[in-house]
Write a protein that binds this ligand. Structure first.
Ligand code: SF4
Length: 500
């Protein structure tokens, strides 16, 4: 779900503003997932209560806002939406949401001020019936679509690209929901995993490349019900068992007669799920694209250890918590070097107001992380993290490990260099803000720096000096492919080749 900066409605038309200028100091320097979705059918009613529990498990996919919508027996929609974490949705109000069908959404925490009307699910009255929709992904053609729709007289009430999809649905002039969805999908380019309620029907849909994840689960007997969610961790949280993934381009409908499936979009398209789900976004205890993210990350760490066969052994492997833990386990397993949880993360320092100065941000990071000096002093420390985006946090962590007495610090990244932005549902800095591109900041460059140059030895040496490490290596693209079983994945932010 993408926000369109140029399509903001006039302030008078907007709902109340709320500050979302809160960040997790560790999370701020990562690529960010842009939402999680869930849909629940429960025959005994109050499906929203289950969807709410599932949203807690999807909280890592978005912390800016959360919302639920349900539909009652008369076809009336009910909704509850709030800025902040899922816990901000009042329990008594969740319990009061009626009906056997519900959808839910968590939204990624941007660092800009946002507006209440941009909280999903998005609700609308359409010729197809009352409709609620929740979206994980991004429409690459949102700006031109929005311009065309406004030119054509459409009134947009939010700045979300999700609303554009609803306009395409209604403008299809189809009374058959499947036909309308097919036309709306033809009008958008990008990544989408959607859940929607429409006229007492509950549906879920995944784009033709299957870029963002979406899985189907079943509630245990005697409960009669079905669930669709971004990740399997949400199924487990509500006691559902995994049935299978929603296939790329598949539309599923959940209801009293069970689960029905339609291949809405061409099945002949090459699948291209986002490999970053396996590197970082998905919870390690989920199952994504048929793989365990934890095990995939362990294999990435083992590949890193293999790449280091030409070097002397470090004394200790230390993960950056929590994102580097699984890959560090893999490095230790592959190299035989002892593993130490030498960096502690405080779970009591929550999200913090965006701090204006680098000094203040450094202090906040020091409140969040501390290094066990006894575990690193006098040693050659091999520090493992999943990726480097802007590099500011890595730079501070390297400094802290050095202050704790490490003799040398070798930094390993369990992903290939990120050199391009993502247009498919992940919030990335612009290309010029990405760390490797800054290596050439002094040069007059063409608008787009080729991926090969951005990940050249020259750029990587610049990054090593920037973060202050004694040695730096990234996982190779081939290593990543082996670690993910050579399946077809989108690696656009690493090689510039996007599936759409
Ligand atoms: S460009 Fe990168 S982050 Fe975006 S979908 Fe592809 S692999 Fe994922």
């Amino acid at each position: 779900m993408r926000q369109m900066p140029h399509a903001r409605p006039p302030s008078a038309a907007r709902g109340p503003m709320f500050p979302s200028e809160y960040v997790d100091t560790l999370h701020a320097d990562k690529l960010h997932e842009e939402c999680g979705v869930i849909a629940v059918y429960r025959a005994s009613g109050n499906a929203a209560a289950l969807a709410h529990r599932g949203l807690f498990a999807l909280q890592h996919r978005g912390q800016e806002a959360a919302g639920l919508a349900s539909i009652d027996d008369q076809g009336e929609l009910h909704s509850l939406r709030s800025p902040g974490l899922v816990a901000a949705l009042p329990l008594d109000a969740v319990s009061a949401l009626p009906g056997c069908m519900a959808i839910g959404h968590v939204r990624y925490s941007t660092v800009t001020v946002d507006h209440a009307e941009n909280i999903q699910p998005f609700l609308a009255t359409t010729p197809l019936g009352r409709l609620a929709i929740a979206h994980n992904g991004n429409f690459k053609n949102a700006d031109s679509l929005s311009a065309d729709l406004r030119q054509d007289g459409a009134l947009l009430s939010t700045t979300m690209d999700t609303e554009l999809f609803v306009h395409l649905l209604t403008r299809s002039r189809k009374t058959d929901l499947h036909a309308a969805l097919r036309i709306a999908c033809d009008g958008v380019i990008g990544a989408y995993s959607l859940t929607l309620l429409c006229g007492q029907r509950l549906l879920a849909l995944r784009d033709a490349h299957g870029i963002r994840p979406l899985v189907i689960g079943r509630l245990p007997e005697p409960e009669s019900g079905w669930v669709v969610a971004s990740e399997t961790c949400a199924l487990r949280a509500i006691g559902a068992s995994l049935v299978r993934e929603v296939a790329p381009g598949e539309l599923v409908e959940l209801g009293p007669t069970g689960l029905s499936s339609t291949q809405l979009l061409p099945a002949s398209v090459q699948p291209a799920p986002c490999v970053f789900e396996l590197i970082y976004f998905a919870r390690p205890d989920s199952e994504i694209f048929g793989q365990s993210p934890h095990e995939a990350r362990v294999r990435m760490g083992m590949e890193l250890a293999e790449q280091d066969r030409d070097l002397p052994r470090p004394d200790v492997v230390v993960p950056v918590p929590d994102s580097g833990v699984s890959a560090a386990v893999g490095y230790a397993r592959g190299s035989g070097v002892p593993f130490e949880m030498a960096i502690l993360r405080s779970h009591y320092v929550g999200r913090t107001f965006i701090l204006p100065s680098q000094d203040a941000r450094t202090q906040m990071l020091r409140m969040k992380l501390s290094v066990i000096a006894a575990a690193v002093a006098g040693k050659r420390v091999l520090l493992v993290d999943d990726s480097l985006v802007r590099g500011n946090t890595a730079r501070q962590i390297v400094a802290m490990v050095r202050e704790a007495g490490a003799k040398e610090i070798w930094l390993r990244l369990a992903s290939p260099p990120i050199v391009m932005p993502c247009f498919l549902g992940i919030d990335t800095p612009t290309q010029s803000e990405l760390l490797l591109n800054r290596a050439f900041a002094g040069e007059r460059l063409a608008k787009t720096l080729p991926a090969e140059r951005a990940s050249s030895a020259e750029a990587i040496e610049w990054v090593r000096r920037f973060v202050g490490a004694d040695h730096l290596r990234y996982l190779s693209q081939d290593g990543l492919r082996r670690a993910t079983f050579d399946r077809p994945f989108c690696m656009g932010c690493m090689d510039g080749r996007y599936p759409v």
